[in-house]
Design a protein around this ligand. Sequence first.
Ligand code: NI
Length: 179
Amino acid sequence: MARYSLRYVGDPVLREKAKDVTDIDGKLVKVARDMFPVMYDAPGIGLAAPQVGVSKRMFVYDFGDGPGILINPEVVESEGEWTYEEGCLSVPGLSWEITRPKQIHLVGLDIDGNEVSIEADELEARLYQHELDHLDGVLLLERLDDETRKEAMKTIRELDFQSMSKRQRAKIADDLSLP
Ligand code: NI
């Protein structure tokens, strides 16, 4: 059985600002490893630790180039604008067009504690920015304009992800024909 399960919109851990990782110990490595099956199973291309109830600044990803882990990530530079239909595993089956910087320069640590510096564009840049938001307790809903957010919140209240089974959530994603 999976050690962690996905947390959904309405779960208070998703609104917390996650704590900096001060020590990359065996426990943290295990959390990172255990996050991958949750992400692949969803399926998704990125997953932040708060989404499995761990309020630490770390996220995992795999957008087709193999698995990656970033710890204490920080955007040091961003440029341009890019609008993309964005979804979130914690708000399953729903997505919205969101505009964010197109290119970013991201720094952080890998799982061995080495400093990493990444120049990312479009989908890759989007993924990092989305996961970084999770570490600040920000869901994509907060990136919507007031009117769209109100509608989104109404839909989310009606769906009530918290009380749904995994099968029900999958069915809703299907019915809405969204990623
Ligand atoms: Ni998300």
